[in-house]
Ligand binder design. Structure first.
Ligand code: USQ
Length: 382
């Protein structure tokens, strides 16, 4: 298929571009380097040096023979995005082109505004670019499990049937996010659902949990193909952070009581989910929602795992809970469904001790590059 990857330079966008090219799809990856710029401005650069997008594509082509076309530009600029859609005429677009950090969105007015305008503006432009230039194109949108928050009832896969005063109807599951970033994802979903109803778009909204990991089949050929692996408080997801903290000898930063439960997945499973959604598209006129994670853990479960496996490898890992910089429930009910992607064919890579040890092996050679000042939380919710 001809697939456009928006945000193709990111933690997930780059490995997705390689994985889809490896499967024989025709890939065009686009990015404006917003995440690189914010990382630089907030002193949150990734652990490894990542070549820029066209260079990454050239390295991948030399290593694998697979081509990834690239373009540098801003999807918030409609003239740029329209040109891309009319020239490339994609059959699917994977939309990662958002400011992806909860903490960054809570840093202050400027960061909140930038997150809101970028995320909503790009989603709006993608919808209009599809309507104008590629009406059959399937939009695959990265949402987040954080859209649902942590309600005291089971979380359905996107939709819920409600009976009220003797009548029934189906609605999007109630959503109540814990950061402005997560709230922009709710607003994206509402925009997409409006245009699905109005114009019969085909959309898959992937409610993804926090992702961990750095190696994929395609990164094995050359370490310069690794994704941008963050361990800072702005862009680093919790398990990736704990692994780097263990390597650096910094006590693991459990926020508050550590009973926060989320649905997690290996980066390899993100790639599978996206390809599955793409080759088995949503029907015209539907907003299809999948809860994209494979296992649930509390923060304490993850810290205990990193502690145990790290110590087996000879690291001296300590766990030291700190005051929670976020406003979130630290003990709560959590039971989300996640059967849709399994039914499409997802074969999960679960978090075993071997998987944790393999991640340590990848990180250890970069030990001297870890900057401890990037580890402790620098942003507070209130
Ligand atoms: N946490 C700690 N210690 C840390 C870092 C995080 O206890 O050092 C806790 C957080 O308070 C939270 C949980 O770990 O309860 C997960 O935090 P996270 O930073 O891994 O994930 P989050 O901020 O929610 O965001 C990440 C991605 C985001 C994606 C989201 C999926 O950055 O792009 O949308 O995961 S979800 O969390 O399901 O909404």
């Amino acid at each position: 298929m001809r697939v456009l990857i928006l945000g193709g330079d990111g933690y997930l966008g780059w490995p997705t571009s390689m994985a889809l090219a490896a499967k024989g799809h025709e890939v065009l990856a686009i990015d404006n380097y917003m995440r690189r710029r914010i990382a630089h401005e907030t002193e949150s650069d990734a652990l490894m040096d990542n070549p820029r997008l066209p260079e990454r594509a050239a390295i991948y082509r030399a290593a694998s023979g697979h081509a990834i076309a690239t373009a540098i530009g801003d999807c918030a600029d409609m003239d740029f995005l329209s040109g891309v859609f009319s020239d490339f005429n994609p059959e699917a677009v994977v939309h990662f082109a958002e400011q992806p950090s909860g903490p960054y969105s809570m840093r202050g007015f400027g960061e909140a505004r930038e997150t809101l305008l970028n995320n909503l503006g790009v989603t709006f432009n993608v919808i209009w670019a599809v309507l104008k230039h590629a009406p059959g194109c399937h939009i695959i949108k990265l949402g987040t499990m954080g859209e649902y928050g942590t309600p005291n009832i089971d979380i359905e896969e996107g939709w819920i049937d409600i009976e009220h005063k003797g009548r029934r109807d189906k609605f999007l599951f109630p959503r109540q996010a814990g950061s402005l970033y997560h709230t922009t994802k709710i607003l994206d979903t509402d925009l997409l659902w409006f245009y699905v109803r109005l114009h019969g778009l085909r959309v898959t909204d992937l409610m993804q949990g926090p992702v961990y990991g750095l190696a994929t089949d395609e990164t094995e050929a050359d370490e310069r193909l690794l994704p941008n692996f963050h361990y800072d408080d702005i862009f680093g997801t919790v398990l990736n952070r704990f692994l780097v903290q263990a390597v650096a000898g910094v006590p693991l930063t459990v926020y508050g009581k550590g009973g926060q439960v989320r649905g997690y997945l290996n980066i390899r499973d993100t790639l599978q989910c996206i390809e599955l959604a793409m080759i088995k598209p949503a029907a015209k006129g539907t907003l299809r929602v999948f809860n994209q994670f494979t296992e649930q853990f509390s923060v304490n479960d993850l810290a205990d795992r990193v502690h145990r496996v790290g110590n087996d490898l000879g690291l001296k890992v300590e766990i030291r809970p700190i005051a929670n910089p976020r406003k979130e429930a630290e003990e709560h009910y959590y039971n989300p469904c996640h059967s849709g992607l399994k039914e499409l064919g997802l074969r999960s890579h679960l978090l075993t001790d071997d998987v944790v040890a393999a991640m340590f092996e990848k990180i250890l050679p970069y030990r001297d590059r870890i900057v401890p000042a990037r580890i402790m939380p620098r942003v507070r919710w209130s």
